[in-house]
Design a binder for this molecule. Structure first.
Ligand SMILES: C[S@@+](CC[C@H](N)C(=O)[O-])C[C@H]1O[C@@H](n2cnc3c(N)ncnc32)[C@H](O)[C@@H]1O
Length: 245
């Protein structure tokens, strides 16, 4: 079943205001791009990268700019967001390096053959998913990656400790007020606040140690979560080079 769509409202109209709220937003995109750059690859064919939840295209843009041999599919289930990505990614689309796909992430992955992608990259998308949907998505990511492939995601990998988690949530909510009240954008403020609170609900929350354990149980290796910036951090995980015997 498709997941709920959480970007249909007014927050997607001016999504890029999030950069004012999250001072480390651009850094998160750069960290994803750097992981892609560091991926060891010397074949003459392009590296196939899938960007899950491309939004307005900032993650895809960072990845495509960082590495010239990347061929990227930018996927989103929200038409309004994909249109913004289309504008931002136009130079790459014209050069045949980027393709846009309007689809639910899990449904799309389920239809892909196994062992076909070098990298699945994402930013600030998987925390929007429900626990069971995300678990299925992780399994599909592992299936479609080639042996040795990389899963990289800059996202809300909250600290395991709830006091620390809610302290960071308070910092984040404060910033929404600091940015949106002077702009008089109260409708968007309300949506973002409710959205951020719901992100921390038991149905959605991604706690770092829970995710590491879940990915390990699925069969990912070399899993790390680092570069913490408040609630956000960078996850890297790999598909084993050889299937375990
Ligand atoms: C917060 S934006 C992040 C966009 C971009 N990666 C960035 O960092 O700016 C999350 C995007 O994921 C998309 N999304 C959320 N759940 C999805 C799903 N199940 N399938 C496809 N796209 C999804 C939303 O529509 C939204 O555009």
């Amino acid at each position: 079943m498709d997941d709920e769509k959480r970007f249909t409202g007014s927050i997607s109209d001016e999504y890029d205001l999030i950069r004012l709220v999250m001072p480390h937003f651009d850094e998160l995109q750069s960290l994803v791009a750097q992981s892609v750059t560091d991926y060891p690859y010397s074949e003459p064919k392009p590296i196939k990268v899938l960007d899950l939840g491309c939004g307005s295209g900032r993650t895809a843009e960072a990845v495509l700019t960082a590495r010239q041999d990347v061929q990227l599919i930018a996927l989103d289930n929200e038409e309004k967001m994909l249109r913004q990505a289309e504008t931002r990614l136009q130079p790459f689309i014209q050069r045949g390096r980027c393709q846009l796909v309007l689809a639910d992430a899990l449904r799309y992955l389920e239809q892909q053959p196994e062992n076909t992608l070098e990298i699945v990259a994402s930013a600030l998308t998987l925390h929007n998913m429900t626990q069971s949907y995300r678990a299925d998505l992780h399994a599909q990511i592992l299936r479609v990656l080639k042996a040795g492939g990389l899963f990289v995601n800059a996202d809300k990998y909250a600290p395991q400790d709830d006091s620390e988690r809610f302290e960071y949530l308070g910092v984040a909510l404060n910033r929404f007020f600091d940015v949106f009240v002077p702009l008089g954008k109260f409708h968007q403020l309300r949506e973002w606040v409710l959205h951020n609170v719901a992100d921390q609900s038991p149905d959605h929350v991604m706690k770092e140690q829970d995710i590491i354990t879940a990915l390990h149980q699925l069969g990912f290796v070399n899993i790390q979560i680092n570069h913490r910036r408040n609630l956000e951090a960078l996850l890297v995980a790999h598909k084993p080079r050889k299937p375990p015997s």
